[in-house]
Ligand binder design. Sequence first.
Ligand code: IMP
Length: 196
Amino acid sequence: MKWVFATGNKHKVQEIRPLLPDGMELLSLRDIGCDEDLPETGSTIAANSLEKAVYVREKYGYPCFAEDSGLVVPAIDGEPGVYSARYAGTGDAGDNIIKLLARMRGVDDRRAYFVTVFTLAGDGSLEQFEGRADGEITLIPAGEGGFGYDPVFRPKGHDRTFAEMLPDEKREISHRSKAFAQLLIRLKSFENSNKL
Ligand code: IMP
């Protein structure tokens, strides 16, 4: 069975692809001729995830899954949250980090978490799977890897930021991997029922 991962973000595809079992094929939006920006008009991460999956399922006719994710810092009212990608208004990850560090100046409670919600839009079914990675916002950026807020996010129990970790290290503990692990169980059950 071929599944479309409805994201235009190549970093997300790179994080997910190695987690797929042999024989399971993943199509990108480009593979199905979709080069438009998917709608994200919801006010929550879960709503945006659902919107993207339903849009691709209905418009392009492929079983698919989509994800939406973001960084949540409780001490500053949950910012950047659903606005994570466009927090500074420029769409630039460096600008988002500058804005976040400025907003957190003088804030002692630097606890934060990343959250991912996957939505699976199969044949007639809609299901959601959530994963979370807890940690804290560092005082200054560190590391060159990853994307987005990785240089200022240090996961709990570690002394390096996500951006200082190797891709495999981040994959082990990331919010996206945790959510995907649950999704994968469901994908496998679809595969098995297809073989019957
Ligand atoms: P989305 O592409 O609409 O889901 O927006 C997610 C945004 O949240 C990204 O553009 C990043 O700014 C941030 N984000 C989500 N996951 C991660 C991650 O694993 N590392 C760093 N930033 C992330």
